[in-house]
Design a binder for this molecule. Structure first.
Ligand code: ATP
Length: 508
């Protein structure tokens, strides 16, 4: 499983799905960029969510609120005062974060020694210096690097299990003392605000302090009445939004699972007080079905009730997915009561109430929210679909292929159009004609480089469900072969049928 995860990270980079942010400057921790195929896959995930939530529900409407919000928003939501992540406020988690931080600093120190050696050698040997070779052969550099790696592995393992005893042993083994307290018990916890902040215009100090939103939900809450009135919705109704959120995560590991800049797909469903359990159950099931419908196997998904409820919730459950590093949260479903709306009403002095014509009364609605990370969903889809399999090659012998068995609706490229040979003008012309027609319907790709087998492999590696090959027979009777990614079946069909065949599987 650890091996699969490493392969997934390497594959993401090699095939243009995900790059480390600012890589040429050695990257920025826990920040990632989506490459050409990554952005397509992520957009398809977002489209699938939006269609299921907004398009399929006549009582759910969309919103795109700004990332910056009035600073009082975060006072009302509880994010300013609960200086740490309000969802994680049990003692154990805080201690774990602090210990993790100290161990990480130690790892950086050790790795820093290796890097220093390399820098020295670079200066000494100048242009002829082969850094990669030096890193893998110099005994001192190797020793430091391996040591840092070993501690990192232990830490990752302990963190993923929440193994406090092992964390303590690592701290002791490394002889780490807490620089703030001088203690090796590290029970002191430094308060750490997860929100990033910046300054508004030229207003100095607290007055002008602006936060980057740590969740998209608050943009929905403060717009509750604007949306309700402008769309004349009646309770129950929902507001859906996809957007960036920012958290200065302390424990930022595991690739795009925990990032400092990420994207959320959230929906707040406004309901009558007292009806929250009914809707909570409804959204639990509806959201689970959404995950199943895209092909995620049931045994890789489970509900996990929250042990500690956040300050705003009276019921909360996670939908967990079995990532290569274990079952972890993919989506949260929270019954948020009327905490947020009441809080905003109090702090803003503006009424955030709804007049219920059936009950003939005013009330502050209750809210059930569903919140799924677009990036975590992306990682789940990558983990689920990336396979290595043995298939017969052109000569009928066993060969390995790397294939992403993504649901066709999510695939970055739906059809690849491939001329059998690139140096035959008629084939190239016929192929570009097909491509130019299909591109109006799907994300297509034209590829003429390398032997046909290699081109198939490239398409397999990015998850393209169909490859259309134009050969000499095409020139005679307007038929092509269409190859299906998973079954490897090739069928000869008339050019006019390609669109219909592809459409059957790529539409949800
Ligand atoms: P966790 O317990 O993993 O920190 P959370 O409970 O804080 O997550 P929520 O506040 O419920 O998460 O956010 C809803 C969703 O947003 C999560 O289910 C997850 O998919 C996504 N998410 C939260 N934090 C991050 C992050 N740092 N990087 C990527 N996605 C995230």
């Amino acid at each position: 499983q650890a091996d699969l995860f490493k392969k997934l990270v390497a594959h993401s980079k090699e095939y243009g799905f995900i790059f480390q942010s600012s890589e040429i400057y050695d990257g920025l921790a826990a920040v990632y960029d989506y490459g050409p195929y990554g952005v397509e896959l992520k957009n398809n995930i977002k489209d699938y969510w939006w269609a299921a939530m907004v398009q399929m529900h006549d009582n759910i409407v969309g919103l795109d609120a700004a990332i910056f919000m009035h600073p009082k928003t975060w006072k009302a939501s509880g994010h300013v005062d609960a200086f740490n992540d309000p969802l994680v406020d049990n003692k154990d988690s805080k201690r774990r974060f602090r210990a993790d931080q100290l161990i990480e600093e130690e790892i950086d120190k050790i790795q820093g020694k290796a890097d220093k050696e390399v820098e020295k050698a670079k200066k000494k040997f100048g242009d002829s210096f082969d850094e990669a070779l030096y890193r893998t052969t110099n005994p001192r550099v190797l020793e430091y690097t391996q040591k840092a790696q070993a501690i990192n592995d232990r830490l990752t393992e302990a963190m993923s299990k929440g193994d406090m005893a092992e964390m303590k042993t690592i701290i002791e083994d490394l002889d780490i003392t807490d620089p703030d307290t001088g203690s090796r018990n590290w029970t002191e916890v430094r308060q750490f605000n997860l929100m990033f902040n910046t300054q508004l215009g030229n207003i100095a100090g607290e007055e002008g302090k602006l936060y980057l939103r740590p969740e998209t939900a608050q943009g929905i809450f403060v717009n509750f009445l604007n949306v309700q009135k402008s769309t004349r919705q009646k309770i129950p109704f929902g507001i859906a939004q996809i957007g960036k959120a920012f958290r200065n995560e302390i424990v930022a590991r595991q690739f795009i699972f925990r990032m400092r800049e990420f994207e959320q797909m959230e929906m707040q469903f406004f309901i009558r007080p007292g009806e929250e359990m009914k809707w909570y159950d409804y959204w639990k099931q509806t959201r689970m079905n959404w995950h199943l419908k895209i092909g995620t196997p049931a045994e890789k998904l489970r509900f996990k009730d929250h042990d500690n409820l956040a300050h705003y919730a009276n019921a909360a459950v996670d939908i967990q997915y079995e990532f290569p590093f274990g079952f972890k949260e993919l989506e949260g479903i929270h019954s948020r009561t009327n905490f947020d709306l009441s809080s905003h009403q109090e702090l803003s002095g503006k009424k955030l109430q709804y007049f219920d014509p059936e009950l003939n009364e005013n009330y502050v609605p209750y809210v059930v929210e569903t919140s799924v990370g677009a990036d975590r969903m992306f990682l789940a889809m990558m983990s689920e679909s990336l396979k290595e399999e043995s298939v017969p090659d052109a000569k009928g012998e066993d060969s390995t292929r790397v294939v992403m068995k993504l649901h066709p609706a999510l695939a970055p490229v739906k059809v690849a159009v491939l001329p059998l040979l690139k140096n035959r003008e008629e084939l190239v012309k016929a192929s570009t004609d097909v491509f130019n027609k299909l591109k109006f319907s799907f994300q297509c790709q034209y590829d003429e480089k390398d032997a046909i087998g290699r081109r198939y492999r490239r398409q397999d590696a990015i998850g393209t469900p169909y490859c259309v090959t134009i050969d000499f027979e095409t020139l005679e009777n307007n038929t092509v072969t269409i190859r299906e990614r998973d079954s490897l079946k090739q069928e000869r069909v008339h050019i006019d049928r390609i669109e219909e065949i592809v459409r059957q599987r790529v539409d949800m």
